[in-house]
Ligand binder design. Structure first.
Ligand code: HEM
Length: 430
């Protein structure tokens, strides 16, 4: 494609082949062409970027010129036109109606529930530690995250319907057969909604918030079909992302004994189960989570399509171009981060981010279409890590190298099997 007199980024002649791993292909092109390159992928003109200022332009400054790109099709067939997928007026209306479900007070109340779910998991892993047995961290953490999101959505109805969603943590494939089973879960959402309409209650769970929400302009509630799309979106978006981030966190801690020790030292100050108001005090625990989300951002790639011609720095962006904004590559950009592939939680020590670009870290995206569940996820991940790491260390005997599965989420290709060990309390010498 030629645009006379316009500056176009350099890039490979050959188009991306869909048989190749997308993350590996992108890594090669960035290494060759630098912070921006042009390529042809999936039959479209693509600019891939790893420069925070370009991401700022697309996600924040000129966000209205961009709609979601091709990559979203991978989830659209599962989620329908829910918040992750919708555009324009529908998206704006839905975002406003869903927002109250993530109110600060709701997240604070939820933290007690998160602590309870994780104390059950702790007991299970403590038992395994006593028997010197391994645990399947991937499966168990997925089960924990699923339970948390389902309780957040269905409140007391969780007891009745929770087990019918087990497909999400039992099945790791995300193929057509999974999609069929998953869409069928919409029926359960409608059943619960119908029961609640016939027996109104005072519940404040997310389903109730969504059912009671009224459109800001027309005062109308959501249609059933939209309600199903939104609830299924929250389940998928809120479950797999958190679970895979925690998997990577445990993996990283297991490979870095010095980090493990500093974490134990900090958690020595934790006397009971973590409570919401305590969380900011545990600075190092937060640094570990930040550093794990930097290295392994679950949403590793966002794609956007330009509606009108635009510019990225000096480069011309013709309408229709897909911009690949990748948290993974921005957060490992060697021009932005020192020793970017190294796990160093101290990068996030208080005050250390002052010299970094605001968008050098975008695991939850940025701008109006950022992650609506970011605070929820942060609270859940911190409570999980604190509850478990206070008592146990997870030992990982690496039988094979980790292998990325860079689908919608960035996961390891196989489950993490680890050995929990009981931590001895620090004994101070007399
Ligand atoms: C570690 C955990 C999480 C990560 C890394 C993450 C990451 C992201 C990212 C990168 C986006 C932007 C996607 C794009 O623009 O294409 C996003 C959007 C979204 N996330 Fe999260 N997320 C996490 C947890 C959650 C949770 C817990 C929920 C809900 C309970 C949630 C619900 C959503 C929704 C509904 C959107 C779409 C928002 C919109 O377009 O208005 N996420 N998330």
């Amino acid at each position: 494609m030629e645009f006379i007199g316009e500056r176009i980024p350099a890039g490979p002649q050959e188009a991306y082949q869909s048989t190749e791993d997308l993350l590996e292909w992108m890594a090669r092109q960035f290494a060759r062409f630098g912070d921006i390159y042009r390529a042809s992928a999936f039959g479209t003109n693509v600019y891939a970027i790893r420069e925070p200022e370009f991401a700022h332009h697309v996600l924040v400054e000129n966000w209205q010129n961009y709609v979601k790109g091709q990559f979203i099709k991978r989830v659209a067939f599962l989620l329908g036109n829910g918040l992750m997928v919708s555009e324009g007026e529908l998206w704006k209306r839905q975002r406003r109606m869903i927002h109250p479900a993530f109110d600060h007070k709701i997240i604070a109340t939820l933290s007690t529930l998160i602590a309870q779910v994780n104390s059950e998991l702790l007991e299970k892993w403590q038992l395994a530690a006593l028997k010197q047995e391994s645990v399947n961290v991937t499966r168990d953490v997925s089960g924990m995250a699923l339970q948390v999101i389902l309780r957040f959505i269905f409140g007391e109805d969780y007891e009745r319907v929770g087990s019918r969603f087990r497909l999400l943590s039992d099945e790791s494939a995300r193929d057509l057969s999974f999609a069929q089973g998953f869409r069928a879960l919409g029926k359960i959402v409608l059943e619960v909604a119908a029961r609640r309409r016939s027996q109104p209650s005072m519940s404040t769970d997310a389903l109730s918030v969504l059912m009671q929400a009224r459109g800001p302009e027309d005062g109308q509630s959501m249609q059933d079909r939209q309600l199903v799309n939104e609830i299924l979106t929250l389940i998928v978006a809120g479950h797999e992302t958190t679970a895979s981030t925690l998997n990577w966190t445990w993996y990283l801690i297991s490979q870095h004994p010095e980090v493990e020790r500093s974490l134990s030292d900090e958690l020595a100050n934790l006397t009971a189960f973590p409570e919401f108001d305590d969380l900011p005090r545990f600075v190092y625990t937060r640094q570990i989570i930040d550093e794990a989300t930097r290295l392994y951002p679950a949403g590793w790639l966002m794609t956007r399509k330009a509606l009108k011609d635009d510019r990225l720095g000096d480069y011309f962006v013709p309408a229709g171009t897909e911009i690949y904004v990748s948290p993974y590559f921005i957060q490992r950009n060697p021009n932005v981060w020192e020793d970017p592939d190294r796990f160093t939680p101290d990068r996030f020590a208080p005050g250390s981010s002052i010299s970094r670009h605001r968008l050098a870290m975008i695991p939850f995206s940025a701008g109006p279409r950022n992650c609506i569940g970011a605070s929820f996820a942060r609270v859940e991940m911190q409570i999980h890590l604190m509850t478990i790491a206070k008592h146990l260390r997870l030992r990982y005997i690496q039988s094979r190298d980790i292998e990325f599965e860079a689908g919608v989420n960035l996961r390891n290709r196989f489950d993490f099997i680890m050995y929990p060990e009981v931590k001895r309390p620090n004994v101070t010498a007399l």
